[in-house]
Design a protein around this ligand. Structure first.
Ligand code: RTP
Length: 157
């Protein structure tokens, strides 16, 4: 799950079905890659209902929960799940995504640049070290699905 507070910190970032449908996978990857973060896990999938419900367990009492789970799991488009590694990647990842409600997201952020409504906000990022650990193990439970590797760029970034 990485080591929070070090250069080995890791976070879970997802391109949601609307982001995939709109062709924004490469843009979102490029922003993290160019910033200097390291991609250590990536998969394309239609999440099961069980996975989506567990991922959004904190929101299970909200009126939009059923709609949120359906949107993530109905297969109209898949989700790209990723694990990114680097200094302060949990906090900086959230800053790069922008505010949850795109109407409040600043220009230069992913949501501020590409979307308008909270129910179609394109991407997800872990909001704390605890959620990063929970989400990485939930989405990348299999052996070898997260890869430790050394980037030759590290001395330049
Ligand atoms: P995220 O994890 O997706 O980055 O968002 P967050 O923690 O900042 O926000 P949270 O309140 O946990 O909401 C998670 C996702 O639920 C959907 N949502 N829909 N229809 C609505 O009013 C509503 N409110 C939230 C969004 O997809 C949000 O990203």
């Amino acid at each position: 799950y990485g080591v929070p507070g070090t250069s080995k910190e890791r976070t879970f970032i997802a391109v949601k079905p609307d982001g995939v449908q709109r062709g924004l996978i490469s843009d979102i990857i490029a922003r993290f890659e160019r910033r200097g973060y390291k991609l250590v896990g990536m998969k394309l999938l239609v999440p099961s209902q069980a996975l989506a419900r567990e991922h959004y367990a904190d929101l299970s009492s909200k009126p939009f929960f059923a709609g949120l789970v359906d949107y993530m799991t109905n297969g109209k488009a898949p989700v790209v799940g990723m694990v990114w590694e680097g200094p302060s990647v949990i906090k900086q990842g959230r800053i790069m995504l922008g505010a949850t409600d795109p109407k409040a997201a600043g220009p230069g952020t992913i949501r501020g640049d590409y979307c308008l409504t909270i129910g179609r906000n394109i991407c997800h990022g872990s909001d704390s070290a605890e959620s990063a650990q929970k989400e990485i193990s939930l989405w990348f439970g299999g052996k070898g699905e997260v890869v430790d590797w050394t980037s030759n760029n590290e001395e330049w970034i």
